[in-house]
Design a protein around this ligand. Structure first.
Ligand SMILES: NC(=O)C1=CN([C@@H]2O[C@H](COP(=O)(O)OP(=O)(O)OC[C@H]3O[C@@H](n4cnc5c(N)ncnc54)[C@H](OP(=O)(O)O)[C@@H]3O)[C@@H](O)[C@H]2O)[C@@H](O)CC1
Ligand SMILES: [K+]
Length: 507
């Protein structure tokens, strides 16, 4: 199964390249060779052979263009018909010479015939996007921006040509995952030395397609800038009970959610917690009858807990619920109980908390939370720069922040950042967040002592909950519409599969 994908920002990749380049290591030759191998493999899979394939290389002025031109040269040597379109006044001389020597062609993009060039791109079997790499400052500009717009508009979803991004899709925010202007959405990104944050962070990550990392032997030391957990990591983080464990040792989750009139959130959050494998779930609120009807193992009424799930279906205008949430926050602040703070409870968050508190807002809720802290930002701005604003919320509140979206971004203590894209798009449905809150509550309850020892663990657990939640949705209904309770019901089998695949249960 896929292990964690670690990513490193452009400056760190450059710093790691420096000593190797100084020692004369042929990094570009390595990169281009690996790129051509990946492209040849895709071509063989699609059309049986490389010879005769039509390849268009979009080549910018820098080394990213150099990688693409050298790879084009290697493909030309294997019989591909390669045309390089240069997108700037300059291009990589050696790469261009190699391509021409191998029988490829090279010419500049024609600024007033962009549509003709776009047609040529669309007729190719594969396009190598080597306009901009980690040297990009801002998005695509000029004729190549217009070319990419024309290609994007005409390219039916997932259809030809196959687009392979060289290192990164050109023009993404390599370090912050932003998308300034048009980007050519790739089917595959072949990235060099180490993955870059923009390949996992939304919204740029959605342009990357599948990501393959080419090992260049760089010494990328220290914690990654952004990580994306794989199933193996989640199995290692999951609290598997020891033989001697009793229910209290396995953790008790307290749920403050839902109302008598709207009990759904209470049922979903309690189900998420119970089905993730916690020792016990306590429900505190007015929807106890509905919760018990759905989950008879839940205990209704107050008592000792290790972690709270606060807020799904809670209205801050409801005085009784407000009191319950505030009482729970007392336990969070004075007894070190962990908490997941969602929806209605976000409005009741104390000014300053620790990273054992995990906020789970979507973009609109994050904007509202930041407004309470004097930061004026629109929901759309949060969606355009999720990492930036999740980090702002972490800095302002002290909490670990899990920002929900098509890709979930988590920011926690000691610079921990995760980006998870595990769920289907169908998962954006009412109540799915309540289930996620419950699952995360279960993880925090079982591992609250470890979280106090290493506060950055809360972020890893939040990322793990997002992964399990996303995979549970896939398992519940592969490729189709889904309801939240079905996601909760798929959690046990999803966890079992992860643990089995890594041999965790056999210990
Ligand atoms: N170091 C190595 O040996 C290895 C590096 N590798 C490869 O090198 C890549 C990095 O190469 P790089 O540093 O040359 O930068 P790159 O991304 O090609 O672009 C810079 C050029 O684009 C220009 N430009 C910038 N923004 C622009 C914009 N918005 N619109 C238009 N133009 C813009 C910029 O102009 P300038 O800033 O100079 O005015 C400059 O001319 C890296 O991603 C990987 O693929 C691998 O081969 C492994 C070994
Ligand atoms: K590129």
């Amino acid at each position: 199964m896929r292990p964690v994908l670690l990513t490193w920002n452009a400056a760190r990749v450059r710093a790691a390249e420096e000593p190797l380049l100084a020692a004369g290591a042929p990094l570009m030759a390595h990169a281009a060779f690996a790129l051509h191998v990946a492209v040849a493999r895709e071509l063989r899979a699609r059309r049986g052979r490389v010879a005769g394939a039509v390849v268009v290389v979009l080549a910018g002025a820098g080394n990213n263009g150099g990688d693409a031109l050298h790879a084009g040269a290697l493909l030309a040597r294997r019989g591909a018909r390669v045309l390089a379109l240069t997108t700037a006044q300059r291009w990589h001389d050696e790469g261009a010479a190699a391509l021409l020597a191998a029988g490829g062609r090279l010419r500049a993009l024609v600024p007033d015939a962009v549509d003709d060039d776009a047609a040529q791109v669309l007729a190719a079997d594969v396009v190598l996007d080597g306009v901009l790499g980690i040297g990009a400052r801002g998005g695509l500009r000029g004729p190549v921006a217009r070319l990419v717009e024309a290609v994007a508009a005409a390219r039916p979803d997932g259809d030809s040509p196959l687009v392979v991004a060289v290192d990164v899709p050109s023009g993404i925010g390599v370090d912050d995952g932003t998308r300034a202007g048009t980007v050519l959405d790739a089917d595959l990104t072949v990235t060099f030395g180490g993955a870059k944050p923009g390949l996992v962070l939304p919204p740029a990550a959605w342009a990357a397609g599948r990501v393959e990392v080419v090992d260049l032997g760089l010494a990328l030391a220290g914690p990654a800038d952004v990580a994306s957990l794989g199933p193996d990591d989640v199995a290692a983080l999951w609290p598997v009970p020891e033989r001697a464990a009793h229910k209290y040792a396995r953790g008790v989750v307290g749920v403050v959610a839902g109302t008598r009139t709207y009990p759904g959130a209470a049922v979903l959050a309690s189900s998420g917690a119970a089905l993730a494998g916690v020792g016990m779930v306590r429900y505190v609120g007015d929807a106890g009858d509905a919760v018990l009807a759905a989950r008879p193992e839940v205990v209704v009424g107050p008592g000792r807990v290790q972690a709270w799930v606060l807020g799904p279906g809670v209205s801050p205008d409801d005085a009784a619920q407000r009191r319950r949430v505030q009482r729970a926050f007392d336990g969070v602040l004075h007894r070190g109980e962990a908490a997941v703070v969602d929806a209605g409870a976000l409005d009741l968050l104390p000014e300053r908390v620790g990273p054992h508190v995990v906020l789970t807002p979507h973009a609109g809720e994050l904007a509202r939370l930041l407004a309470q802290h004097g930061v004026d930002v629109e929901r759309t701005a949060v969606e355009a720069e999720p990492l930036r604003w999740a980090r702002e919320a972490h800095d302002r509140t002290g909490a670990t922040v899990l920002l929900k979206g098509g890709t979930t971004v988590v920011v926690g203590a000691h610079g921990a950042v995760y980006a998870q894209s595990d769920g289907p798009t169908w998962l954006a449905t009412a109540g799915a967040g309540d289930v996620l809150a419950g699952v995360l509550g279960a993880l925090l309850a079982a591992r609250v002592d470890d979280v106090h020892e290493d506060p950055s663990l809360a972020a890893a657990l939040a990322a793990a909950a997002a992964l399990v939640h996303g995979r549970a949705a896939h398992r519940a209904v592969p490729d189709g519409p889904i309801v939240a309770l079905a996601v909760a019901h798929a959690v046990p089998a999803t966890v079992a599969e992860l643990l089995r695949a890594t041999g965790t249960l056999a210990r």
